[in-house]
Ligand binder design. Structure first.
Ligand code: SF4
Length: 471
């Protein structure tokens, strides 16, 4: 007997941590941390208790060691230069002294105190989030999966046996249902952003963020915000110069060498230098970028060169909409989107990983299959789904879901590998993960269940739920 269509959503609601939050009560501190980490706030309207505006260039890295909640954030107060430092998150401003942070040397580098409500009690710049969320608290809790609990460490796998016993059709159905929940959560995030900046800018922010995978999402997002405020049409090189200039990654010195490659850098430099003064306040510090440990294809300037192609074309969004409304077979789904997003050969960037790297022997595409899938399942299809849902167009919403469910599998990663170990003892049924949706469904199970349990799977209801589904 097939499992009910909404069984995953029902389980999800029943899991531990799926708390019903009252809008007038403070959220759990972990949820507030998650709000900060994922910047589910009105980013253009953040104001300190002392009245200065604050722009978050990077929220920092979640700290699992003693000390402040986030390390190495990058924030800009008013028109001051960006500041690098730590961020502490407390429900109440009074928590600073109550928790003795004021006398704890671990907290010396804190530059911003983020609180749920209240004015400054620390002498530090203080930011209250209560009236600055980008969606109602209950919706955010849903998006984070319960109370925003963070990942546990090593996990066992009590659901492994019940999943193994589940008939294949039901296993596929559960992963599909979980994947659709994930699609809807991503769409809700995009819709929340679209309410602030419009659908077009929300899409650009998503595209840039996906190009920042995975260490440079925040500076990329900031550049998308800047690009979204640009109204004049620019040619390709003008966009490449401007994005490179805004990024703060343009080399300080011109190359001495001659030749076409050096000439390109000179032209970038000249173009940017003519407008640099106008953008002086928005140039990102180099410290906003993480450059070490990146694959060559993920180098930020090469990603920006690709984004410049899209921006200069002037009709990317219209082409995406045309792609969505025309019929595409499953076999040509990914190729048809790749043809749309892959720019013509770039005289410089098809042949270089960075501005200074030697010319490659063979031209490399600016967009590869792995990033294409990431863009499709994390940004483009959720954006299209959100728009069709907002317009109450059931036919197109179903089309977005169909394309999402039939998209070929993406690149493997450490989270998926660990999840396969825990849920399938490293040996999932053959062909289970042929589609990106199955991978997305697996990630959603991890988020909804594994992340709310511990290494021993204590109190995790998933095994019982799977057993019940097989009866
Ligand atoms: S925590 Fe739950 S879902 Fe995760 S491996 Fe353990 S039993 Fe399975």
């Amino acid at each position: 007997m097939p499992i009910p269509a909404n069984v995953y959503a029902t389980w999800r609601t029943a899991r531990p941590g799926a708390t019903a939050l009252r809008e007038d009560a403070p959220p759990p501190e972990r949820l507030l941390q998650a709000v900060w980490q994922h910047q589910r706030v009105l980013r253009e309207a953040l104001t300190l208790a002392d009245g200065r505006s604050v722009r978050v260039l990077h929220p920092g890295f979640l700290n699992r060691e003693p000390g402040p909640d986030f390390r190495d954030a990058l924030v800009q107060f008013g028109n001051e230069a960006p500041q690098r430092g730590d961020v502490e998150v407390d429900l109440a401003a009074s928590g600073w002294r109550a928790h003795k942070h004021d006398v704890n040397p671990h907290f010396r580098a804190v530059v911003l105190h983020v609180v749920w409500e209240g004015t400054s009690a620390s002498g530090l710049p203080t930011l209250a989030l209560k009236s600055r969320l980008d969606a109602p608290l209950g919706e955010l809790a849903e998006w984070f999966g319960g109370d925003g609990a963070t990942r546990s460490g090593e996990l066992a796998g009590k659901c492994c046996g019940p999943l193994h016993a589940l008939p294949r059709a039901e296993l596929d159905a559960i992963l599909q249902q979980a994947a659709l929940i994930r699609l809807q959560l991503k769409a809700a995030h995009i819709a929340a952003r679209a309410r602030q900046v419009g659908w077009d800018c929300a899409l650009w922010e998503g595209l840039f963020t996906a190009l920042g995978y995975k260490h440079n999402v925040w500076p990329m997002r900031r550049l998308a915000e800047l690009a979204g405020t640009t109204t004049e049409p620019l040619c390709l090189e003008a966009w490449q110069a401007r994005l490179t200039g805004w990024s703060g990654l343009l080399p300080a010195e011109l190359p001495r060498s001659q030749g076409a490659d050096a000439e390109y850098l000179r032209r970038l430099w000249d173009t940017w230098w003519r407008e640099r003064e106008r953008f002086d306040e928005v140039i990102l510090p180099r410290a906003a970028w993480r450059m070490s440990g990146l694959r060559p294809a993920n180098q930020p300037l090469r990603r920006l060169a690709l984004a410049a192609h899209w921006l200069a074309s002037g009709d990317l969004l219209a082409r995406l909409e045309r792609w969505f409304t025309r019929d595409v077979t499953t076999a040509t789904l990914a190729r048809s989107l790749l043809e749309l997003l892959q720019p013509d050969a770039d005289a410089f960037w098809s042949w270089h990983w960075t501005l200074k790297s030697p010319r490659l022997k063979k031209a490399q595409p600016l967009l590869g299959d792995a990033r294409l899938t990431d863009l499709a399942v994390n940004v483009i299809l959720p954006w299209l789904w959100a728009r069709t849902a907002a317009g109450r167009n059931e036919t197109l919403r179903t089309r977005a879901e169909t394309r999402y469910l039939t998209w070929p599998a993406g690149e493997d990663n450490a989270t998926l590998r660990l999840a396969r170990e825990r849920l399938f003892a490293g040996a999932p049924p053959r062909g289970l993960f042929l589609h990106a949706a199955a991978q997305q469904g697996l990630l959603q199970v991890v988020r909804d269940f594994c992340e709310h349990s511990n290494a021993l799977c204590e109190h995790c209801p998933f095994p019982e739920l799977v057993r019940a589904a097989s009866h």
